[in-house]
Design a protein around this ligand. Sequence first.
Ligand code: SD4
Length: 328
Amino acid sequence: MSNRRNFLKKAGVFSAFFALKPLEAATLLQEKPRTVRKPVVLSTWSFGIAANTGAWKILSTGGRALDAVEQGVRLVEDNPEERSVGYGGRPDRDGRVTLDACIMDEKANIGSVAFLEHIKNPISVARAVMEKTPHVMLVGEGALSFALAQGFRKTNLLTEESEKEWREWLKKTDYRPPVNIENHDTVGMIAIDSLGNLSGACTTSGLAYKMHGRVGDSPIIGAGLFVDNEVGAATATGHGEEVIRTCGSHLVVEMMRNGFTPQKACEEAVKRIHRNLVNQKRNIQDIQIGFIALNKNGESGAYCLQKGFNYALHDQNGNTLIDASALI
Ligand code: SD4
């Protein structure tokens, strides 16, 4: 009898656990549940410090996470010194700068542009796709026509510096994107605002000297970025082909839904990618992947395949550049 009572008691606890909302269950599974004061914003690579500063101006005055992530990443898009995002980004093999970007808000509204040329701020075009069209993604010529119709200006994105480098590259035409190119890459940003709403943005010129027409993970919702306002948000950097193969950012968010901390969720996603690479007998040294994640409590995490990936975290304690731990 007492055994049966014990069993029923345990079963009660068990079913009560599964009746919990995802985040409540996740909180129970975490070693030390803690509440982080909102807002919080994090973004990939060292240029994330500047991007976070822009985003923080909006977040710290009670602004919306969506506005913060858009304005934050625009600062990187605008900077010609940053050679992997927006204006000044490295071109494709044919010397053309083609940009990918996407944005997602707390209501699962999404907007994306891919293979877009001549526009300095693809993230804002992505937001316009989200807010002003019945669609979620525009590419190439169509995306450009839409941007021009929305009042975006046509700009030559290939700076002298980038062109010089590309011409040098042409002499060797060695198509092997190096890992951690000068320590900066795609800017992915995820934020939670003071109301507890999450949003994210991701923007890039993609892999340097890619094939003309190539699109990476960054404009693909679920791969380069995913937000679920009940659970958390994640974004990716690195070799987009591998991130697409695993629906990387969606995977990280789903693992947080199932009880993983943001850190553990990023680790698990990187391990899955690593497993694919091993199974495919790929040359892992040439590949880098990094994820950052944020949950509904404002807790964050990051992980990468190999050393060299860093990210910037801005909360009430300031704006800090952190080296992500690595699998290899
Ligand atoms: C892409 N994920 O186009 C982007 C580029 C990047 O580190 O982040 N490189 O595949």
